[in-house]
Design a binder for this molecule. Structure first.
Ligand code: MF3
Ligand code: CO
Length: 248
Protein backbone atom coordinates (compact mmCIF):
# COMPACT_ATOMS: atom_id res chain seq x y z
CA UNK A 1 0.00 0.00 0.00
CA UNK A 2 1.35 3.41 -0.97
CA UNK A 3 0.78 6.04 1.71
CA UNK A 4 0.16 9.68 0.74
CA UNK A 5 1.67 12.23 3.10
CA UNK A 6 -0.09 15.48 3.99
CA UNK A 7 1.78 18.78 3.89
CA UNK A 8 2.10 18.61 7.69
CA UNK A 9 3.60 15.12 7.45
CA UNK A 10 6.02 16.21 4.74
CA UNK A 11 7.07 19.03 7.06
CA UNK A 12 8.01 16.41 9.65
CA UNK A 13 9.88 14.37 7.05
CA UNK A 14 11.78 17.55 6.15
CA UNK A 15 13.11 17.53 9.73
CA UNK A 16 14.19 13.87 9.72
CA UNK A 17 15.59 14.40 6.24
CA UNK A 18 17.74 17.34 7.34
CA UNK A 19 19.12 15.30 10.23
CA UNK A 20 19.96 12.44 7.87
CA UNK A 21 21.77 14.89 5.61
CA UNK A 22 23.61 16.34 8.59
CA UNK A 23 24.96 12.89 9.54
CA UNK A 24 26.38 12.43 6.04
CA UNK A 25 27.86 15.95 5.99
CA UNK A 26 29.49 15.25 9.35
CA UNK A 27 30.98 11.96 8.14
CA UNK A 28 32.15 13.72 4.97
CA UNK A 29 34.08 16.20 7.13
CA UNK A 30 35.49 13.57 9.51
CA UNK A 31 36.36 10.62 7.24
CA UNK A 32 40.08 10.11 6.73
CA UNK A 33 42.73 7.50 6.04
CA UNK A 34 43.36 5.25 9.04
CA UNK A 35 39.87 5.41 10.52
CA UNK A 36 37.89 2.21 10.84
CA UNK A 37 34.34 1.97 9.55
CA UNK A 38 33.38 1.31 13.18
CA UNK A 39 34.78 4.77 14.04
CA UNK A 40 32.46 6.24 11.39
CA UNK A 41 29.52 4.30 12.80
CA UNK A 42 30.19 5.72 16.26
CA UNK A 43 30.31 9.28 14.90
CA UNK A 44 26.91 8.70 13.28
CA UNK A 45 25.36 7.02 16.32
CA UNK A 46 26.54 9.69 18.77
CA UNK A 47 25.36 12.54 16.53
CA UNK A 48 21.93 11.01 15.88
CA UNK A 49 21.39 10.38 19.60
CA UNK A 50 22.57 13.89 20.51
CA UNK A 51 19.80 15.25 18.25
CA UNK A 52 17.12 13.26 20.07
CA UNK A 53 16.69 10.97 17.07
CA UNK A 54 17.11 7.22 16.50
CA UNK A 55 19.31 5.39 14.00
CA UNK A 56 16.78 3.42 11.93
CA UNK A 57 19.22 0.77 10.68
CA UNK A 58 20.30 -0.33 14.17
CA UNK A 59 18.38 -3.51 14.92
CA UNK A 60 16.49 -3.44 11.61
CA UNK A 61 16.09 -7.12 10.66
CA UNK A 62 18.96 -7.71 13.08
CA UNK A 63 21.34 -5.25 11.40
CA UNK A 64 24.06 -4.45 13.99
CA UNK A 65 24.99 -0.80 13.25
CA UNK A 66 23.73 2.72 12.54
CA UNK A 67 25.32 3.09 9.10
CA UNK A 68 26.28 0.89 6.19
CA UNK A 69 29.90 1.50 5.11
CA UNK A 70 30.61 -0.08 1.75
CA UNK A 71 34.11 0.19 0.29
CA UNK A 72 35.11 -0.30 -3.39
CA UNK A 73 33.67 -3.68 -4.52
CA UNK A 74 31.09 -3.66 -1.70
CA UNK A 75 27.89 -2.36 -3.27
CA UNK A 76 25.84 -1.73 -0.11
CA UNK A 77 25.18 -3.03 3.43
CA UNK A 78 28.84 -3.18 4.49
CA UNK A 79 28.79 -3.78 8.26
CA UNK A 80 31.04 -1.36 10.19
CA UNK A 81 34.04 -3.10 11.74
CA UNK A 82 37.16 -2.28 13.76
CA UNK A 83 39.04 -4.36 11.19
CA UNK A 84 37.97 -2.40 8.11
CA UNK A 85 40.26 0.61 7.74
CA UNK A 86 39.73 3.48 5.31
CA UNK A 87 42.65 3.70 2.87
CA UNK A 88 43.96 6.10 0.24
CA UNK A 89 42.49 5.37 -3.19
CA UNK A 90 39.22 3.90 -1.94
CA UNK A 91 35.64 4.93 -2.56
CA UNK A 92 33.52 4.62 0.59
CA UNK A 93 29.71 4.61 0.40
CA UNK A 94 27.98 5.63 3.60
CA UNK A 95 24.24 4.95 3.94
CA UNK A 96 22.30 6.16 6.99
CA UNK A 97 18.73 6.30 8.19
CA UNK A 98 17.26 8.44 10.95
CA UNK A 99 13.90 8.42 12.75
CA UNK A 100 12.83 11.75 14.24
CA UNK A 101 9.39 12.35 15.76
CA UNK A 102 8.25 9.10 14.16
CA UNK A 103 9.32 9.95 10.61
CA UNK A 104 12.15 8.46 8.59
CA UNK A 105 14.96 9.83 6.47
CA UNK A 106 17.27 7.68 4.34
CA UNK A 107 20.27 8.83 2.29
CA UNK A 108 23.69 7.76 1.04
CA UNK A 109 26.81 9.34 -0.43
CA UNK A 110 30.01 7.85 -1.84
CA UNK A 111 33.16 9.57 -0.57
CA UNK A 112 36.47 9.63 -2.45
CA UNK A 113 39.53 9.01 -0.27
CA UNK A 114 42.57 10.93 -1.53
CA UNK A 115 43.58 10.16 -5.09
CA UNK A 116 41.51 7.43 -6.73
CA UNK A 117 41.63 5.78 -10.15
CA UNK A 118 39.98 7.56 -13.08
CA UNK A 119 37.44 4.76 -13.24
CA UNK A 120 36.38 5.20 -9.60
CA UNK A 121 36.25 8.95 -9.96
CA UNK A 122 33.98 8.69 -13.00
CA UNK A 123 31.83 6.02 -11.31
CA UNK A 124 31.16 8.23 -8.29
CA UNK A 125 30.34 11.23 -10.50
CA UNK A 126 28.05 9.27 -12.82
CA UNK A 127 26.22 7.59 -9.90
CA UNK A 128 25.36 10.99 -8.43
CA UNK A 129 24.30 12.22 -11.87
CA UNK A 130 22.09 9.12 -12.21
CA UNK A 131 20.13 10.19 -9.13
CA UNK A 132 19.57 13.68 -10.55
CA UNK A 133 18.64 12.32 -14.00
CA UNK A 134 16.21 9.97 -12.27
CA UNK A 135 14.30 12.76 -10.55
CA UNK A 136 14.74 15.36 -13.30
CA UNK A 137 11.25 15.38 -14.77
CA UNK A 138 9.53 13.86 -11.78
CA UNK A 139 6.19 15.36 -10.69
CA UNK A 140 2.61 14.42 -9.94
CA UNK A 141 1.55 12.00 -12.69
CA UNK A 142 5.00 10.72 -13.77
CA UNK A 143 5.08 6.94 -14.38
CA UNK A 144 7.54 5.34 -11.94
CA UNK A 145 9.27 3.49 -14.82
CA UNK A 146 10.55 6.84 -16.11
CA UNK A 147 12.81 7.14 -13.05
CA UNK A 148 14.52 3.79 -13.60
CA UNK A 149 14.71 4.40 -17.33
CA UNK A 150 16.56 7.70 -16.86
CA UNK A 151 18.96 6.18 -14.32
CA UNK A 152 19.70 3.10 -16.40
CA UNK A 153 20.19 5.10 -19.61
CA UNK A 154 22.71 7.44 -18.00
CA UNK A 155 24.64 4.61 -16.31
CA UNK A 156 24.82 2.45 -19.42
CA UNK A 157 25.67 5.39 -21.72
CA UNK A 158 28.74 5.81 -19.51
CA UNK A 159 29.72 2.14 -19.77
CA UNK A 160 28.49 1.22 -16.29
CA UNK A 161 25.76 -1.14 -15.09
CA UNK A 162 22.75 -0.92 -12.78
CA UNK A 163 22.33 -3.28 -9.83
CA UNK A 164 19.05 -5.20 -10.14
CA UNK A 165 19.04 -7.18 -6.88
CA UNK A 166 18.33 -4.13 -4.71
CA UNK A 167 16.03 -1.16 -5.37
CA UNK A 168 14.80 2.09 -3.89
CA UNK A 169 11.54 2.30 -1.95
CA UNK A 170 8.71 4.34 -0.55
CA UNK A 171 9.46 5.81 2.89
CA UNK A 172 7.49 7.48 5.66
CA UNK A 173 6.75 6.19 9.12
CA UNK A 174 8.48 3.00 7.93
CA UNK A 175 11.90 2.89 6.26
CA UNK A 176 10.66 0.55 3.55
CA UNK A 177 7.20 1.26 2.17
CA UNK A 178 5.63 0.69 -1.23
CA UNK A 179 6.37 1.26 -4.03
CA UNK A 180 9.64 -0.41 -5.00
CA UNK A 181 11.74 2.05 -6.99
CA UNK A 182 14.02 0.15 -9.40
CA UNK A 183 17.02 1.89 -10.93
CA UNK A 184 16.20 0.27 -14.28
CA UNK A 185 13.02 0.14 -16.33
CA UNK A 186 10.95 1.27 -19.26
CA UNK A 187 9.56 4.72 -19.90
CA UNK A 188 5.79 5.02 -19.44
CA UNK A 189 5.42 1.89 -17.30
CA UNK A 190 4.49 1.36 -13.64
CA UNK A 191 2.31 3.30 -11.25
CA UNK A 192 1.92 7.05 -11.59
CA UNK A 193 3.60 9.03 -8.84
CA UNK A 194 1.29 11.40 -6.98
CA UNK A 195 1.73 14.52 -4.88
CA UNK A 196 2.40 13.44 -1.30
CA UNK A 197 4.25 10.24 -2.16
CA UNK A 198 7.74 10.08 -0.67
CA UNK A 199 10.37 7.77 -2.13
CA UNK A 200 14.04 6.94 -1.58
CA UNK A 201 15.78 7.01 -4.96
CA UNK A 202 19.08 5.20 -4.66
CA UNK A 203 21.10 4.25 -7.72
CA UNK A 204 23.67 1.51 -7.07
CA UNK A 205 25.98 1.59 -10.09
CA UNK A 206 28.73 -0.91 -10.91
CA UNK A 207 31.84 -0.41 -13.04
CA UNK A 208 31.56 -3.97 -14.43
CA UNK A 209 28.78 -6.53 -14.28
CA UNK A 210 25.46 -5.66 -12.64
CA UNK A 211 25.53 -9.00 -10.85
CA UNK A 212 26.13 -9.05 -7.10
CA UNK A 213 26.61 -11.63 -4.39
CA UNK A 214 25.94 -11.58 -0.67
CA UNK A 215 28.60 -12.64 1.82
CA UNK A 216 27.92 -15.22 4.51
CA UNK A 217 27.26 -12.48 7.09
CA UNK A 218 23.91 -12.17 5.30
CA UNK A 219 24.36 -8.44 4.62
CA UNK A 220 27.53 -7.45 2.76
CA UNK A 221 26.65 -7.11 -0.93
CA UNK A 222 29.63 -7.23 -3.31
CA UNK A 223 29.97 -7.04 -7.07
CA UNK A 224 30.36 -10.50 -8.56
CA UNK A 225 33.43 -9.43 -10.56
CA UNK A 226 34.87 -7.46 -7.60
CA UNK A 227 35.07 -4.29 -9.64
CA UNK A 228 34.00 -1.10 -7.83
CA UNK A 229 30.47 0.10 -7.13
CA UNK A 230 29.02 3.43 -5.98
CA UNK A 231 25.77 4.44 -4.25
CA UNK A 232 23.94 7.75 -3.98
CA UNK A 233 20.57 8.15 -2.30
CA UNK A 234 18.09 10.81 -1.24
CA UNK A 235 14.60 10.84 0.23
CA UNK A 236 12.39 12.74 -2.20
CA UNK A 237 8.81 14.09 -1.88
CA UNK A 238 6.60 14.42 -4.95
CA UNK A 239 4.93 17.82 -5.29
CA UNK A 240 2.50 19.29 -7.86
CA UNK A 241 5.24 20.92 -9.88
CA UNK A 242 8.17 18.61 -9.22
CA UNK A 243 10.05 17.13 -6.31
CA UNK A 244 11.54 18.28 -3.05
CA UNK A 245 14.73 16.53 -2.00
CA UNK A 246 14.42 16.14 1.78
CA UNK A 247 17.96 14.90 2.50
CA UNK A 248 20.11 17.38 0.59
N1 MF3 B 1 19.27 2.61 2.87
C1 MF3 B 1 19.18 1.20 2.83
C2 MF3 B 1 17.90 0.88 2.19
O1 MF3 B 1 17.42 1.69 1.57
C3 MF3 B 1 19.64 0.59 4.02
C4 MF3 B 1 19.03 -0.49 4.74
S1 MF3 B 1 20.23 -1.20 5.69
C5 MF3 B 1 19.45 -1.93 6.97
O2 MF3 B 1 17.31 -0.10 2.13
F1 MF3 B 1 20.31 -2.39 7.69
F2 MF3 B 1 18.80 -1.06 7.64
F3 MF3 B 1 18.62 -2.83 6.50
CO1 CO C 1 17.10 3.33 1.08
Amino acid sequence: MITIKSDAEIAKMRESGKLTRDVLDLIGREIRVGMSTKDLDKIAYDFIKSCGAEPSFLGYAGYPASICASIDDTVVHGIPSDDIIVKEGQIVSIDVGVIYNGWQGDAARTFIIGKVSEEKEKLVKVTKECFFKGIENLKDGTPLGDVGYAIQTHAENNGFSVVRALVGHGIGREMHEDPSVPNYGKKGTGIRLKKGMVIAVEPMINAGTYQVEFLRDGWTCKTKDRRPSAHYENTVAITDEGVEILTL
